[in-house]
Design a protein around this ligand. Structure first.
Ligand code: URA
Length: 244
């Protein structure tokens, strides 16, 4: 048995807090009866739940980790016929990616049908570390990398401080490999950050997402998360929020 507001949020209808408001407003029915109290518990696969007259989806929540290859859209379909991340899974549930990686970025991407989980992880207050390995053009000076560490002005505002580790430089090819860890998830953020210091990204891979990494996986591989991993990442999200 689960709390009604949690089941509504899990179905991706809205956040848990907004579900509570809908319940109090009398917009939620359980087995045909309007329920206005917040303490009510329901069985997701048995009780019929309607929000604003629409039955909610009662799929079992599932959680997957995909090693996204490059050349794949972080989407569930594409009208131009390009490969999408859900092509790598054969599951009945209608899963979607938690956030996105660029078409040309490879690495760790979570997929789920649990809307509440996805909202939690993507919400800006949940500062989950995302670690990337970037191959950049040129060999950045220490002072340039310091700018990224402190936060750099982009067109949508200053970035939060990043962690940077210089891995290697190749004078002959004029490239460098740099590890960068950020907790924001703005559009093309890592690429724009390196662009801003004059070292465009040539290759980008996300190696870690919170407590999860790509160990044992090859591009295109997918595995289901263990319940303990789901629990950890949820806990991490909550701890990171309360630290802010
Ligand atoms: N930052 C980027 O620039 N691209 C990604 O795909 C992820 C983070």
């Amino acid at each position: 048995m689960e709390r009604l507001q949690k089941v509504i949020a899990q179905a991706g209808v809205t956040s848990r807090r907004k579900a509570e408001v809908l319940i109090q407003e009398g917009k939620v029915k359980v087995n045909g009866q309007v329920v206005r109290e917040l303490g009510v518990k329901v069985t997701p696969n048995k009780d019929e739940i309607e929000v604003n007259g629409v039955p909610i989806d009662r799929e079992e929540p599932v959680y997957f980790l995909l090693y996204k290859p490059t050349g794949v859209l972080s989407s569930v379909s594409d009208d131009r016929g390009r490969k999408v991340v859900t092509d790598f899974l054969e599951v009945e549930q209608r899963v979607f990616p938690v956030g996105r990686l660029d078409y040309d970025t490879s690495g760790l991407l979570l997929l789920t049908n649990d809307g509440e989980f996805a909202n939690q992880l993507m919400h800006p207050t949940f500062k989950i570390d995302k670690e990337y390995i970037a191959k950049v053009k040129g060999i950045p000076e220490r002072t340039a990398l310091k700018k990224l560490e402190k936060g750099i002005e982009l067109e949508d505002g200053k970035t939060a401080p990043a962690r940077i580790k210089f891995i290697s430089g190749n004078r002959k090819k004029d490239t460098a490999i740099i590890q960068i860890t950020i907790h924001e998830g703005r559009n093309r953020q890592v690429r724009r950050m390196f662009e801003a210091i004059g070292h465009p990204v040539q290759k980008l891979k996300r190696e870690r997402y919170g407590s999860l990494d790509l160990r044992g996986l090859n591009p295109g591989d997918v595995r289901e998360l263990k319940p303990i991993e789901v629990k950890h990442i949820r806990e991490l999200a909550v701890t990171q929020k309360s630290k802010s």
